[in-house]
Design a protein around this ligand. Structure first.
Ligand code: ASP
Ligand code: MG
Length: 534
């Protein structure tokens, strides 16, 4: 079992709450053409007319960002990072400015801001900048002047260089959540083309179910293990500042999925709340590694220094003074890793290393695993029954991940025991979505007559309290539960801010086991570790 660790998140201490403020984020498909942009404008105006203060964060229209990146690569095989950010940040300026025009035509005041104008201050790392601060003065002034504020997502400005930066693909989620945290919004709503967070990718697993609610921790694990609903970093920020999140459809009325603190979710705890698959990673195996102290440190330090994002790591028990180390990394990082591994393998005296891109990672995620023994065994049984070989296993207190051959991912997602606990985890199967949409519509009409805006919307339309409902006791409880930052992490390049999970080979020797569990637990995992009987 490993510890959870966190990257530093923006310094938003001292922020003030803005009662009635709602941050609404719309993804690329939601603003895919001008008709859709006009529909978003109507939605923003309705929220304003219902009494909410509205800050909207829009992504670039449709595949604009992909197109801009394609152009950059047509001009240069390795686009200059500063100019790359200048270029790709324009997509969001277009959509936000157009939407502001549409709002004006609906008779409301609106103002669009670039990330820089909105006060999104980042570090200087182009193409993957981190928000370090939000200076929201202009937004507050615009809100005070009764304007609907539109902020270009995915971008900021570096204080050290004063240059435009971007936050990495999917970064508008992070813009929205950071703004919600900094402005003290009641809720951050993520509007997308699906009805919420599903137990599995519905394209892969027919009958995947929409979840009513899920904890930050589970959502973070899901995002980091391949679910594409939200950028993992945005969930870290939401969790750190207790921002209630709601993922919902732009096109279909519905309750969507609430994301909040586990103990604030008034839900029967799911044993397994999601299955994800990820085919974006490659596996590297280094064989014939001399079994002496410092070898792993050297390999992973050098990779981290080059910004290579390592995910699962497994080292087998040594035989005849030699061990083998395998790890996974994004396929896109393999070219960077190649020369480093060539060199380091020579230096440490390893026999050889080999990349393998034909893998998939399948993960089971659920907070209920902490108290339910046998989840991992069920998963391995299911894979065995489907004739699927497991190559690497790694776990956290609420996740079990297996690396398998890529061609088996679809089959693995459908393997037997998964659906049963999932069904228990969800109240409402997809087949009932028509009636739930009806219920949601009537709830929405109830809430739109509610003058208290966003918070009231949540409270009125849901019979149970939303996660992280903005009651004082809820807030203080969240604050108490928050882990200290930053906690231990095995690698500074840890993807999505999580520590790399301890990994084990299929039949770890006691030595390998102790290696894989020797990491220092954080306060939050220490408490759960003893109760985990997996
Ligand atoms: N437009 C950017 C992207 O496509 C940011 C976002 O959509 O969140 O990655
Ligand atoms: Mg997106």
């Amino acid at each position: 079992m490993a510890s959870l660790a966190f990257e530093p998140v923006p310094a938003l201490e001292g922020r003030r709450r803005t009662p009635g403020l709602i941050v609404m984020k719309f993804g690329g498909t939601s603003v895919g053409d001008t008709e859709k942009l006009k529909r978003v404008a109507v939605r923003l105006v309705s929220a304003r007319e219902a009494g909410a203060k509205v800050v909207a964060v829009l992504s670039a229209m449709g595949s604009t960002t992909d197109e801009l990146i394609r152009l950059a690569h047509e001009v240069s095989p390795t686009p200059h990072p500063r100019e790359y950010d200048m270029l790709v940040s324009t997509g969001e300026r277009i959509s936000n400015a157009l939407c502001a025009m549409a709002i004006h035509d609906l008779g409301h005041e609106a103002v669009s801001f670039t990330g820089s104008q909105a006060g999104i201050v980042t570090d200087a790392s182009h193409t993957k900048a981190k928000i370090v601060e939000v200076r929201a003065q202009r937004i507050h002034e615009a809100l005070d002047a009764n304007k609907i504020v539109l902020v270009a997502g995915f971008q900021g400005v570096s204080t050290s260089t004063h240059d435009v930066t971007t936050l990495g693909r999917g970064g508008s989620d992070t813009t929205a959540v950071a703004l919600a945290a900094a402005l003290g919004a009641d809720v951050c709503e993520i509007f997308t083309d699906v009805e919420g967070v599903f137990t599995a990718d519905p394209r892969l697993v027919p009958g995947a179910l929409k979840l009513d609610a899920i904890s930050y921790e589970e959502m973070l694990e899901m995002a980091a293990s391949g679910a594409k609903v939200m950028m993992a970093r945005s969930i870290e920020i939401a969790r750190r500042y207790g921002v209630p999140l709601r993922v919902r459809s732009t096109f279909v009325d519905g309750d969507g999925t609430w994301i909040g603190e586990e103990d604030a979710l008034v839900l029967e705890k799911a044993i397994v709340s999601g299955v994800t698959h990820d085919t974006s990673e490659a596996k590297v195996s280094i064989v014939g590694v001399p079994d002496r102290p410092g070898v792993a440190a050297q390999v992973f330090r050098e990779l981290a220094r080059a910004g290579v994002n390592i995910d699962m790591i497994v080292q087998n028990a040594s035989q005849d003074g030699e061990a083998a180390i395998s790890f996974t990394l994004p396929k896109t990082d393999v070219p960077t890793a190649r020369p480093i591994l060539d060199r380091v393998c020579g230096e440490i005296g390893a026999r050889r290393w080999e990349p393998d891109e034909a893998i998939a990672k399948i993960s089971l995620i659920g907070a209920g695993m902490k108290s339910h023994p046998g989840v991992a065994a069920d998963m391995f049984d299911a894979l065995a029954e489907a004739g699927i070989n497991i190559e690497i296993i790694s776990t956290s207190s609420i996740r079990v991940s297996c690396v398998i051959r890529r061609g088996r991912a679809r089959r693995a997602g459908r393997a037997r025991p998964v659906p049963a606990p999932l069904r228990r985890a969800c109240r409402r199967p997809l087949s009932e979505s028509a009636s739930s949409a009806r219920r949601a519509r009537s709830a929405a009409s109830r809430s739109s007559s509610c003058a208290r805006g966003a918070t009231s919307t949540c409270a009125c339309s849901r019979p149970r309290a939303p996660p992280g409902s903005s009651s004082a006791s809820g807030r203080s409880r969240r604050r108490r539960r928050r882990p200290s930052l930053p906690a231990t992490s095995i690698s500074s390049s840890s993807r999505s801010g999580r520590a790399r999970r301890a990994s084990s080979s299929r039949t770890p020797s006691p030595a390998a086991r102790s290696r894989s569990t020797s990491r220092r637990p954080t306060a939050s995992t220490r408490a759960t570790r003893s109760s985990c009987r997996r």
